[in-house]
Design a protein around this ligand. Structure first.
Ligand code: SF4
Length: 456
């Protein structure tokens, strides 16, 4: 069969990171690796392509199209499926990705034939057989009207093949992540053993945590041409023993790459020896969910960390010259003083890059609010981007809340010492790209401020 796999274009409404990062569509590369010998599959990255979705469908006349995405892509994906069915009812549409796994009901639409809800890597090939030869529909795939309530799902199975990276060969040089150019992705584990109550990642794996076999990880790593490696595990810094065996393999096989990983502040603070070893082996940047600089808030998020610990975390990272990208949650009850205090602590800790996320009750997480407090409609999917204000602020107006977020970004990202660091560390090309991306995000926030003022 002729299969087209699409990564959707983000909506113009969605604020954020797409201006500062575009990384390879790993999940589509995994599906591409699972096609059968007689299938042809092509991945089309609509974040990079200038052409429209429809033009590709008309040109290639596929038998099957596959689409994956996040909550912010739901409306676009449905639009694509409806447009596909208008071209030909015979083209089979398959939806997958993390949002489809957790909220398949959002894709229950006459234009969607199949939804991969559990173990996509195990069900994709049998699903192709089902479509072509009428074999049994694999468990874990929904047809229209199937729901989580009326359909039983198989147990979680985290095995994945090596991604078909050649399928995006023509795009690879364009993939980058905030100051890191030509970045490749690898996944070494699934889920996270912690229980932060706002976290969507742990809902995807139902709280389970599983590591891939070390031999597979190393073999895959060796097959990647890029030097910059973004390990997209929910939390890479979990298991000391496992990390030690990873380091041993890196050393014995003389693998020299640079790594960008997610890690918890408590692990970093408690394991300076591991962080030192990893820094020697190429760790360059850690994305750390600090979330808050108030112990009361950290407890409310069930984060299991403390503000005191964060000083040690930053001492370790600064000592090892490991960059940190910090995520911070902005709760709806903050006033101007709380924003000011946060900026002060961020600066005093030596954090130079932050992602400020208004507290967002993502579906099926443990964070929820009464409907009257929610100011974004559930079906305005493109606004559920962890950058829009979704809960009515109680001490500021919505416009003021956005203004404070924007002011905080400026105070942190454009302080003289941080600007000097950018200028002396990164290439002019990368600086220009980040400047353009930063300006676009600023424009989006200014638009939000204006909209909120008009609606007040
Ligand atoms: S440590 Fe990170 S990935 Fe794990 S539950 Fe908390 S926020 Fe989610």
């Amino acid at each position: 069969m002729n299969i087209l796999m699409f990564r959707p274009k983000p909506s113009a409404e969605t604020i954020g990171l797409q201006h500062l990062m575009v990384v390879e569509p790993l999940e589509l590369e995994i599906l591409s690796a699972l096609k059968r010998e007689h299938d042809t599959a092509m991945i089309i990255d609509l974040i990079i392509e200038k052409r429209s979705f429809i033009s590709f469908v008309k040109e290639h006349q596929p038998d099957v199209i596959c689409l994956t995405g996040y909550i912010t892509n739901v409306s676009t994906i449905l639009e694509y499926c409806r447009a596909t069915k208008k071209i030909s009812q015979k083209i089979v549409t398959i939806i997958g990705g993390v949002h489809c796994e957790v909220c398949p009901e959002d894709f229950d639409d006459p234009s969607v034939d199949y939804r991969a809800v559990r173990n996509a890597a195990q069900v994709f090939t049998p699903l192709l057989n089902h479509i072509e030869k009428g074999t049994e529909l694999p468990a874990g795939v929904f047809q229209p009207a199937d729901t989580l309530e009326n359909t039983s799902l198989p147990a979680l199975d985290f095995r994945i093949p090596f991604p078909d990276r050649d399928a995006v060969a023509r795009y690879r040089h364009k993939y980058f992540y905030i100051f890191h150019k030509r970045v490749a992705l690898i996944k070494t584990s699934f889920g996270c053993p912690y229980q932060c109550n706002f976290c969507f990642c742990r809902v995807i794996t139902k709280g389970a945590y599983a590591q891939r076999p070390m031999n597979d990880i190393i073999q895959e790593l060796q097959s990647i041409n890029e030097t910059e490696i973004y390990i997209v595990d929910d939390d890479f810094l979990v298991d000391k023993k496992w990390l030690k065996s990873f380091f041993t393999e890196l050393r014995s096989r003389n693998i020299r790459k640079h790594y960008l990983v997610y890690g918890r502040a408590d692990f970093i603070a408690k394991n300076p020896d591991i962080m030192h070893e990893f820094a020697q082996l190429g760790l360059r940047t850690v994305i750390v969910g600090f979330e808050s600089f108030s112990d009361k808030e950290l407890d409310a998020y069930n984060k299991n960390t403390s503000v005191e610990m964060y000083r040690e975390t930053m001492a370790v990272l600064n000592r090892e010259k490991i960059d940190v990208f910090a995520t911070i949650i902005i709760p709806f009850y903050w006033d101007r003083g709380d924003f000011k205090n946060m900026v002060g602590v961020v600066k005093s800790l030596g954090i130079h890059f932050v992602n400020l996320q208004p507290l967002t009750p993502l579906p099926k997480t443990e964070v929820s609010f009464p409907p009257e407090q929610i100011i974004i409609d559930k079906t305005d999917y493109d606004k559920w981007d962890l950058a829009h204000v979704s809960v009515q602020p109680t001490k500021l107006s919505v416009a003021e809340f956005y203004e404070e977020i924007l002011k905080s970004y400026s105070a942190i990202l454009y302080s003289p010492s941080v600007l000097w660091k950018y200028l002396t560390t990164y290439s002019p090309g990368m600086l220009f790209k980040m400047l353009v991306g930063g300006c676009r995000v600023t424009q989006q926030y200014k638009q939000k401020i204006n909209e909120a003022r008009k609606n007040a």
